[in-house]
Design a protein around this ligand. Structure first.
Ligand code: SF4
Ligand code: SF4
Length: 289
């Protein structure tokens, strides 16, 4: 049994339900696995929002729920002394609220900033994956079926952006969920095995708009747009929408990309761009053949 949470960033709509129930569960409650979470200044699950795009023509916001990744080989554990950080048999990484007193090195060691310092108690604190709740026989009796047990954030997510389960069970929902997405490690955890797995973190997008010839004053709906990376030999294909807009998300970073736009009855247009950052590439006007 290895408990995990899969986080599909593409499904997160920044409603903060997970954040709110985390506060409800842990503020004012001290237990075996943590002291009470302070109401202010700690975000055991946080929704990081970042504006993307390089012009007023195409901007969007990415939202990434961030929490402790419950690493297999945790940097926080290595930085701790006297057993202050340990892993349960089910893989949940715990900071002991008593043994960790004074150990601020645990905060600094985490590469994703998932640990917070409690000034008043002088202890580091973070997500416990609601271990206390998962172990609680009353909670299990209330659920009636052990398969229904899950941390509060997972239970609260209205968009199924968070899925909990047993990573050791190949048939578990969490493993099916992970298999259907694109696993993207958090910055600082590349190459690490973690029990919280992030999916579909955006990389770079390219976008544009295609118009019919100027005199027609109309956008081109359904124009075919093909992006090619000569370096990685990948190809992405899309079509312009009702507004003549196209967009391709999830491109590899810092690669030259060739763009080909075709539309029946019009000359092919070739453009190029580099995925150093998100770009609105161009407004393209077609010419009749
Ligand atoms: S994400 Fe940070 S706090 Fe969580 S287990 Fe890994 S190193 Fe420790
Ligand atoms: S509850 Fe789900 S959708 Fe809402 S912010 Fe959290 S992860 Fe995103």
């Amino acid at each position: 049994m290895r408990y995990g949470i899969a986080v599909d960033t593409a499904k997160c709509m920044a409603c903060y339900c997970c954040f709110t129930v985390c506060k409800d569960e842990h503020c004012g409650f001290a237990g075996k696995y943590s002291a009470a979470q302070p109401m202010m200044g700690q975000f055991w699950i946080n929704i990081v929002e970042r504006e993307r795009g390089d012009s007023s023509r195409r901007t969007k916001v990415e939202t990434i729920p961030l929490l402790c990744s419950h690493c297999e080989d945790p940097a926080c554990l290595k930085a701790s002394r006297d057993g202050a950080v340990y892993k349960r048999e089910d893989g949940i990484v715990i900071i002991d609220p008593e043994k960790s007193k004074g150990q601020s090195a645990i905060v600094e060691a985490c590469p994703t900033g998932a640990v917070f310092w409690n000034e008043e108690l002088e202890i580091p604190q973070k997500c416990t994956m609601c271990a206390e709740l998962l172990d609680d026989p009353e909670y299990l009796a209330y659920l009636g079926d052990p398969k229904l047990k899950r941390p509060r954030c997972v239970e609260a997510c209205p968009n199924r952006a968070l899925i909990f389960g047993d990573l050791d069970d190949p048939d578990s929902d969490i493993n099916k969920f992970i298999a259907a997405g694109k696993v993207t490690p958090l910055s600082g955890l590349e190459g690490q095995k973690t029990n919280v797995v992030h999916l579909n973190i955006p990389t770079v997008f390219l976008a544009g708009t295609v118009y019919r010839p100027v005199a027609e004053e109309e956008v081109a709906i359904g124009a075919k747009v093909k992006l090619t990376s000569a370096e990685t030999e990948e190809v992405w294909e899309t079509e312009t929408n009702y507004f003549g807009d196209w967009e391709v998300e999830g491109l590899p970073k810092n690669k030259p990309i060739d763009i080909e736009i075709t539309f029946d009855g019009f000359e092919t247009v070739n453009l190029s761009a580099v995925t150093d950052t998100d770009h609105y590439v161009a407004q393209t006007y077609l010419e009749a053949k």
